[in-house]
Design a protein around this ligand. Structure first.
Ligand SMILES: NC(=O)C1=CN([C@@H]2O[C@H](COP(=O)(O)OP(=O)(O)OC[C@H]3O[C@@H](n4cnc5c(N)ncnc54)[C@H](OP(=O)(O)O)[C@@H]3O)[C@@H](O)[C@H]2O)C=CC1
Ligand SMILES: O=C(CO)[C@H](O)[C@H](O)COP(=O)(O)O
Length: 489
């Protein structure tokens, strides 16, 4: 019997792989290389053999790989309990691969779905696999190509016992911040994919806010793209320090080789989406959580893609527009603060949705853990996640991130700038759906009274839907079509 250096466990057969990866496109191939670079023997499988061979010919020297062609060979190449990471297209392809694997695996083996699967699919799959004696782990993985290779953020759900065997491997290949892995057990069944879904929703909001900040500098201040790139570069050394702000400077600095124009000016302005943002909003609607920043970001992508409609609408009158702000430097500072405050709102809403999802499904997700594992590896990694982590460490029952002392004071400090940015954008005819809705959310949240009282009155008028009063308990109805006296409902 030999001992595997990578797992530290007794390995009955040193010729077997400790982990297998099936699906060797961008994410799977890089994660497989990451495992190999960390000392694991990795069994490789892909539906079409070309990807397996490309990986081996280009990166075979990264470590120890076992090449397999069929699923039977792949499963046979793994030490027990077998651990297989599926990195294929979400949806039907994932179901097909799970089914094929499940027919070959044995009790106690672990199937990990690392794709962007819908959490309700994960709940269904976990239950089906568990009935067949297999462990199923739905793991959200973020970081794109570079993260997959050098250390992603990993959000594994599923049975706690599976994490005992799997956790050390996943933690080892994940990103590390201050010595801590960006990977932890999230909770049962669909929790890992739910959390990854909301992570992606926040990613959408973050990118939309960055886009609006860029658009304001462009349209309100007429700044050249290269100067805007410099502004983002500078912001990345302050409170907004984050991967997305960093790469915004990179993308804006890119010059198109063919035309000599900024690349951003030759890219069609119709944003794509694969589904995770939309799922986040659908889930927010079902849970009754106002995730408005993410919703605006999803709708902004949809509107951007309505190219024919947009073309025809260009003739619509703008009305009288105001002039550009007199002091460009002050306005850029205002945008910085508006971006920060709106970003806090997006995270606050995302964490509210995770708390609601966790309560609905009984997952017991720890918000501070998410802030910890999102600090590195993932697309939304940002310096201020340290502050979110501190906020939940100080008060695990935080009613809203906006009420954590640090964020409260940062947002209160930003609010005048935020209002100036939204007001200026509106009077100049520049769309800022995410900035504006985040500010409205903030104002609504802090309002003592909302017009919902009128909504209740109207509902009672047309449909006898009843209402509660502020001054006494009970449920009431006004006899609107009678003598308009109030009765107890
Ligand atoms: N790209 C990214 O930045 C990120 C992606 N993800 C998720 O990770 C997963 C993998 O993503 P990515 O690497 O981009 O690859 P893709 O989502 O483009 O999927 C391509 C892979 O899926 C395989 N595949 C497709 N259909 C089937 C099928 N019916 N049966 C078996 N295999 C099939 C392909 O095999 P073949 O080569 O034979 O066609 C290929 O290996 C996805 O779920 C994605 O949402 C998560 C985080 C980031
Ligand atoms: O999961 C990811 C990062 O965390 C992917 O990059 C995600 O698929 C991007 O989503 P979309 O294509 O909808 O913008």
């Amino acid at each position: 019997m030999t001992t595997s250096a990578a797992t530290g466990s007794d390995s009955p057969d040193s010729t077997k792989a400790q982990i297998g990866v099936t699906g060797l496109a961008v994410m799977g191939s890089n994660i497989a290389r990451n495992f190999a670079r960390n000392g694991y023997t990795v069994a490789l499988h892909n539906r079409s053999i070309a990807k397996t061979d490309a990986l081996l010919s280009e990166h075979g020297s990264d470590g120890s790989f076992i090449r397999t062609e069929t699923m039977e060979e792949f499963v046979a190449a793994l030490e027990r309990p077998r651990r297989v990471l599926i990195m294929v297209k979400a949806g039907d392809p994932t179901d097909a691969v799970i089914e094929e694997l499940a027919g070959l695996m044995e009790e106690g083996d672990i199937i990990i779905d690392g794709g962007n699967s819908l959490y309700t699919d994960t709940i269904r799959r976990e239950s089906a696999m568990s009935a067949r004696g297999l462990n199923f782990v739905g793991a959200g993985i973020s970081g794109g190509e570079e993260g997959a290779l050098n250390g992603p953020s990993i959000m594994p759900g599923g049975p706690k016992e599976s994490y005992e065997s799997l956790g050390p491997l996943l933690e080892q290949i994940s990103a590390h911040v201050d010595g801590e892995p960006c990977c932890t057990h999230i909770g049962p069944d669909g929790s890992g994919h739910f959390v990854k879904m909301v992570h992606n929703g926040i990613e959408y909001a973050d990118m939309q806010l960055i886009g609006e900040a860029y658009d304001l500098m462009r349209k309100a201040l007429d700044m050249p793209v290269a100067d805007i790139a410099d502004v983002f570069r500078e912001w990345n050394s302050g409170d907004l320090d984050s991967y997305l702000v960093e790469i915004t400077a990179e993308v804006l600095s890119q010059v198109d080789a063919e035309t000599g124009k900024p690349l951003v000016d030759v890219i069609t302005d119709a944003a794509g989406q694969k589904g995770t943002g939309r799922w986040t909003v659908k889930s927010a609607l079902d849970l009754g959580i106002p995730t408005t920043g993410i919703a605006e970001a999803v709708f902004a992508r949809a509107l951007s893609s309505a190219t024919d409609q947009r073309k025809q609408a260009q003739e619509l009158e703008s009305g009288t527009l105001s002039a550009a702000p007199a002091d460009a430097k002050t306005f850029v500072d205002d945008i910085n603060k508006a971006l920060y405050a709106s970003k806090v709102v997006a995270y606050a809403q995302g964490f509210d949705q995770i708390a609601a999802g966790s309560a609905e499904y009984g997952w017991d997700v720890t918000p501070g853990d998410l802030a910890t594992i999102w600090r590195g590896g993932c697309i939304i990694r940002a310096k201020f996640l340290n502050r979110i982590r501190d906020a939940y460490a100080e008060n695990p029952e935080l009613p809203s991130l906006l009420l954590a002392p640090y964020f409260r004071s940062a947002v209160e400090d930003a609010v005048d700038s935020w209002r100036r940015v939204v007001a200026t954008a509106t009077t100049m005819g520049i769309p800022v759906p995410a900035f504006a809705s985040s500010l409205s959310y903030y104002d609504a949240l802090r309002s003592e009274r909302l017009p919902a009282a009128l909504t209740q009155g109207l509902r009672d008028f047309f449909g006898a839907h009843t209402y509660q009063r502020i001054d006494k308990p009970g449920t009431f109805h006004t006899l609107w079509s009678g003598d308009r006296t109030e009765v107890t409902a």
